[in-house]
Design a protein around this ligand. Structure first.
Ligand code: AGV
Ligand code: CA
Length: 315
């Protein structure tokens, strides 16, 4: 029989929108999810694993392998952001679900990813909603595996807009996933793998604001209520751009299901900064040689929201 679904592996970093992206991904008829790996970046790995396993149980997908990452970048996320997703496995609907451990693989995420790609005889799409550390390790230790990858869709970067890193030794030009491990960012961007970035340029159109939370509340399904409870934990943020929550990872995931005229893709050559004060900055190459990538430049916010709400309303 012919299965035209895209084979996808999902590397996430356990944030509230990473976990909601897992639910969204599992709802897409165009996707065949082959495995999940966790980067211990904007989360604590234990929480990310617990929530991932519970969501797989909740959606009846306990056969999907899950691996936990042990590699870390040099620029840690603030501890209060890392602790925020504890809310996700602490709400009643999630506490009631068991966390089935039989599908947790013993290899660390970077090794699991390499061996998964090695044995795969079909092209694999990698969806990444945290830093690029695991995949960058694979590409530098097993460069021949680049040809197994059809495309990398990565929530990361800020190309023609300001970044969201507000740290004392940084000029604010980078996005956090790209900043956590600047060398991994560079390795991925400089690789032969086709990269489609979903940068802040596109996600800025999608803040998690009251209007969106109201629309979600009106859906009144089990999943939409769960999503509403997760996102409610973000409204106490300091009201400044760097602290505002957006549908970052949700947009990257939606690329796999949205009609292509909901967003505008641009391509060109970019360079990556790996040094302070702009570490993790991805910018247009201008005169420099640079590396060819694609990125989402703009989205139709209303249509993306409608798509996400529809997927979260499926019974
Ligand atoms: O930069 C966006 C990335 C996304 O992958 N993450 C959160 C999303 O999962 C880091 C981040 C930036 N600003 C944040 C972040 C904030 N205000 N709270 C938590 N995480
Ligand atoms: Ca994330």
């Amino acid at each position: 029989d012919t299965d035209i679904r895209r084979k996808v592996i999902f590397d996430h970093d356990g944030g509230i929108d990473d976990l909601l992206s897992l639910i969204l991904l599992l709802s897409l008829p165009t996707v065949d999810l082959q495995g999940v790996s966790i980067t211990p970046a904007d989360c604590y790995a234990d929480d990310a694993l617990t929530s991932t396993l519970k969501l797989l149980t909740l959606t009846g997908q306990t056969h999907i392998p899950v691996s936990v990452g042990e590699l870390a970048g040099p620029n840690p996320f603030p501890p209060d952001w890392r602790a925020q997703p504890k809310i996700c496995h602490s709400v009643p609907a999630m506490l009631r679900v068991s966390e089935n451990r039989h599908n947790v693989v013993s290899q660390p995420a970077h090794e699991w990813m390499a061996s998964f790609l090695m044995q795969s005889d079909e092209p694999i799409t990698v969806l990444m909603t945290g830093p690029a550390t695991n995949l960058a390790w694979v590409l530098s230790h097993h460069p021949e595996l680049a040809e197994k990858i059809e495309q990398v869709i990565w929530m990361g970067g800020a190309i023609n807009v300001k970044g969201n890193v507000a740290m004392h030794d940084h000029d604010g030009s980078a996005e956090w996933n790209a900043y956590w491990d600047p060398k991994a960012t560079e390795t991925l961007i400089a690789s032969q793998v086709p990269v489609c970035l979903v940068p802040l340029d596109a996600t800025n159109a999608l803040p998690v604001d009251r209007a969106f939370l109201r629309q979600l509340a009106d859906c009144q399904t089990e999943v939409s209520d769960l999503a509403g409870q997760f996102w409610a934990a973000t409204v106490t943020a300091i009201p400044a751009y760097e602290f505002t929550y957006f549908l970052w990872d949700i947009l990257a995931t939606s690329v796999l299901g949205l009609e292509a005229d909901c967003y505008r893709v641009r391509s060109g050559r970019v360079v990556v900064d790996t040094q302070s004060p702009s570490a993790g900055r991805i910018s247009l190459a201008e005169g420099a040689p640079g590396h060819f990538i694609e990125w989402l430049e703009d989205v139709d916010g209303d249509r993306v929201r409608a798509f996400v709400l529809k997927q979260f309303s499926r019974q």
